[in-house]
Design a protein around this ligand. Structure first.
Ligand code: SF4
Ligand code: SF4
Length: 407
């Protein structure tokens, strides 16, 4: 409630708000949403499907937090209000609750996701995917079409990540690596690159196979009971006998760093205090990097820039690669439309934001865009394909690992 009262209605957040920039509606701005949430919290308004719709349209990107001079903790307020809406089963009829339930039953469960890999690989390799896209058979089913379009190439033949990677050179300590759900299955090379770089920086890397999900998607949807259960399991899997807990996925890292707030006990606060984005650790090391003659631009994932205030470190690391030219991207920290599973739930708004992002990337002239979140990678890659822009989307650690010269 104090967070809601902190809003002084100054409007500084409006020009930075992703949905306000597209819709121009006060109730789809941070100030309007805070007004609605406060009115509901003070009993002056009901939790109605209309109110729920304004909150469903919010990406949870937290650009408003960065802009707010009063320190309104918008992300936490949004998640708490979504939890109330969920408890009371208040739902906007226009919102995609079935898709959300489905996404939450699959994505945060690596075993269920893994079971899909084989049929998906066949779907892509057999030519069926080409046929489906060319025939536009999914066009009447907007959300299914969005899901199909976002699917990255299913990897095959990637070496598996060892549970322990030994440190090299001067030892800094022991790092537990969160391997992520989508990350470990669809982008395994990012986890391999992360472990390789951390080891070169002097960290012993432990990546227990038994680890589950951080619960970020459930948190953003206001499913706090399931989120807390997932968080406790993950802390038990990762939090013992390590100096740091490392993530390479912005959305996961942001959720982990807030475990103390949401779980409300000392062990969760202690765990949250250990969490670092991979760029925060690597920037402290001197890595032997060889030349990479590329022009690269950088997109700030919302939950890294706004959620964790990590902006400088990934840029600094990219600039250290000899031969690499880093070109700044206009509105780099404006959401690309991914926002967890938002692009499956609100495909039209997500596509509009994706198109805007691609136009800004096109203006840089860069052939590669780097970004530290798997959701952003999929969204930007898909939008670039749609726009006919030849663009590679890479995680910064993939570029760094490619440039790393082992002694
Ligand atoms: S989280 Fe993003 S979309 Fe939602 S109100 Fe804040 S800036 Fe706007
Ligand atoms: S910037 Fe902060 S204080 Fe000002 S209107 Fe937005 S949420 Fe309220």
């Amino acid at each position: 409630m104090d967070g809601l009262r902190a809003c002084v209605h100054c409007g500084s957040c409006l020009p930075q708000c992703t949905t306000y920039r597209v819709l121009g509606e006060e109730m789809d701005s941070p100030r309007g949403r805070v007004y609605l949430m406060r009115a509901a919290a003070e009993g002056r308004a009901e939790l109605t499907p209309r109110l729920a719709r304004h909150l469903d349209l919010c990406l949870g990107c937290r650009a408003c937090e960065t802009a707010c001079p009063s320190g309104v903790p918008f992300g936490q307020l949004l998640e708490a209000t979504r939890a109330q809406l969920d408890r009371k089963r208040v739902r906007a009829p226009e919102s995609a609750h079935g898709t959300l339930d489905w996404a939450l039953s699959i994505f945060p469960h690596p075993d269920r996701l893994r079971a899909l890999l084989r049929p998906l690989r066949w779907y892509q390799a057999s030519g069926l995917r080409t046929l489906v896209r060319a025939s536009r058979v999914l066009a009447p089913f907007k959300r299914l079409q969005a899901m199909e379009a976002l699917l990255p190439r299913v990897p095959s033949g990637v070496a598996s990540l060892p549970e322990v990677t030994a440190a090299r050179g001067r030892r800094r300590g022991r790092a537990a690596l969160l391997t992520g759900c989508v990350q470990r299955l669809f982008f395994p090379e990012i986890n391999l690159a992360t472990a390789r770089l951390l080891a070169a920086a002097g960290w012993e890397v432990v990546a227990p196979r038994a680890q589950g999900c951080c619960g970020a998607l459930h948190l953003h949807a206001g499913r706090l009971g399931e989120f807390r259960a997932m968080a406790r399991e993950l802390m038990a899997a990762l939090g013992h006998d390590v100096d740091v807990v490392v993530t390479n996925a912005a959305g996961c890292g942001s959720a982990l760093k807030e475990y103390g707030h949401w779980l409300g006990d000392e062990s969760a606060s202690r765990f949250a205090g250990l969490v670092r984005d991979v760029s925060e650790l690597l920037v402290e090391a001197e890595l032997p990097l060889g030349e990479l003659r590329e022009t690269v631009t950088y997109h700030d994932a919302c939950h890294l820039a706004h959620g964790q205030r990590v902006r400088v470190q990934p840029r600094e690391l990219l600039r250290r690669i000899p031969g690499l030219t880093l070109v700044e991207l206009a509105d780099s920290d404006l959401c690309c439309g991914s926002a967890g599973v938002y692009n499956l739930l609100e495909p039209e708004m997500a596509a509009e934001l994706g198109r805007r992002k691609i136009e800004k990337i096109r203006e840089t002239g860069a052939r590669i865009v780097a970004t530290g979140n798997p959701g952003c990678m999929m969204q930007i890659a898909q939008q670039a394909r749609e726009a006919g822009l030849a663009l590679e989307v890479k995680h910064p650690v993939t570029l760094l690992s490619g440039a790393l010269r082992e002694p």
